[in-house]
Ligand binder design. Structure first.
Ligand SMILES: Cc1ncc(COP(=O)(O)O)c(C=O)c1O
Length: 388
């Protein structure tokens, strides 16, 4: 068991540990109700369907939505993004995105652009603030712009983007707004009404503290079902006589047996997150990040990317150390000090190009809800030893 001795600082990739209630809920569901959900089925099938809808309702309320049926279950955030892009975009559409994006936004859009299906504009961010400027997005809007798709927080430097301002611009121009909530859901506030979000893609396994294999796409009422095509067609547990995918949320965008066990865990995780108050978790992560930033500023060989304060940030920072590639340093921290950090490009090559850390990337440290000051101090001690 490696994990027992590891100081885990890789929560931007997936959160760890998970609260014990998550495994308990998954195990309970497996033992009791783990039939294939179906609206018209036997009692166990109906119980499984009811569990899916209960968690849909809780998460819908959590993000300020008002229709639980518009909460679509997905495998992860990438899956949600693909369902959104491939469902919404039509030939000739123009899409605006940013250089901060994860490949899960960047690659599907790039592929659609490469095939001539859409045209694409990538708006840059400021390397010193780690922020995009909403005015740059406004200026990129043209007559064919159909979608603005941005990340809510950078997975490289952690900065929280002005989502509401961008959403407002999109709404004013009759353009759809997709927010990638991968780095924020569960820790920074997201409200689909207040922030003018038409489509919210998110994972269950990061700050929502749920298991891997879970995620969701919330389709706000501003997107009509007729504006979408189904990305994944198949069985829906009802309306079986219909030759086509039923034009009914959530089934229109869901097909096949869902990850019921994972969603049972996600339900318990979401309740845990709400009880522990996301704003408090964010303050805790920011305090750890500030402790780290302050101490790194004292180590001459260290270069930190992005802003030097923890304000307006999730618990993620990136840096490099003179004389070591990110891979070398990540390997030393893992093998010699049992500290888990993430070296490399973090699936965001354009962000590193703008930050000046391409092609090697950075060492990314991402404390989460369960990290302590002692974890940060252990990392700092290791870095002082390496740079001595
Ligand atoms: C900003 C951002 N978007 C999307 C993703 C993809 O999430 P998933 O691995 O759940 O597909 C990640 C994962 O790290 C991310 O950081």
């Amino acid at each position: 068991m490696v994990a027992q001795e590891v100081t885990y600082l890789d929560n931007a990739a997936t959160s760890w540990p998970k609260p014990p209630v998550v495994a308990e809920a998954m195990s309970r569901f497996l033992a009791q109700d783990a039939a294939n959900p179906g609206r018209a089925g036997h009692r166990m099938a109906v119980a499984a369907e009811r569990m899916l809808d209960t968690v849909r309702k809780e998460l819908t309320e959590f993000i300020g939505g008002n229709d639980l049926h518009r909460m679509i279950w997905t495998m992860n955030c990438t899956d949600a993004l693909n369902i959104a892009f491939k469902g919404l975009l039509r030939p000739g559409d123009h899409v605006i995105t940013t250089t901060l994006e994860h490949n899960s936004v960047s690659r599907p859009l790039q592929a659609m652009s490469d095939s001539g299906f859409i045209t694409l504009t990538r708006v840059d961010f400021s390397p010193s603030t780690g922020l995009i400027n909403p005015d740059d997005i406004r200026q990129a809007i043209g007559p064919k712009t159909r979608l603005i798709a941005i990340t809510h927080a950078s997975n490289v430097v952690g900065t929280i983007q002005p989502a509401r301002d961008v959403g407002k611009i999109a709404r004013e121009h009759g353009v759809k707004f997709l927010l990638d909530g991968a780095q924020t859901i569960g820790v920074a506030p997201i409200n689909v009404q207040h922030d003018y979000i038409d489509l919210l893609a998110f994972p269950g396994h990061k700050s929502l503290l749920g298991p891997t294999g879970t995620g969701g796409l919330y389709v706000n009422a501003t997107v009509k079902i007729d504006e979408l095509t189904a990305f994944r067609e198949g069985g829906t547990g009802g309306d079986s006589a219909s030759p086509q995918q039923p034009r009914l949320f959530p089934y229109f965008l869901e097909g096949g047996t869902p990850n019921t066990v994972g969603i049972a865990g996600l339900g318990a995780a979401g309740e845990y997150v709400r009880q522990h108050v996301p704003a408090k978790t964010l303050a805790h992560e920011q305090a750890l990040v500030q402790r780290l930033l302050d101490a790194l500023a004292e180590i001459e060989a260290v270069e930190v990317y992005g802003p030097s304060t923890a304000a307006n940030r999730v618990g993620t920072i990136s840096f490099n150390v003179d004389g070591y590639s990110p891979q070398e340093l990540g390997g030393i921290l893992d093998e010699a000090f049992s500290i888990a950090v993430r070296p490399g490009l973090h699936c965001s090559p354009y962000a590193h190009k703008s930050l000046g850390s391409f092609p090697d990337g950075t060492v990314r440290v991402s404390p989460g809800a369960f990290n302590t000051e002692a974890d940060i101090d252990k990392l700092l001690e290791a870095l002082r030893e390496v740079t001595a």
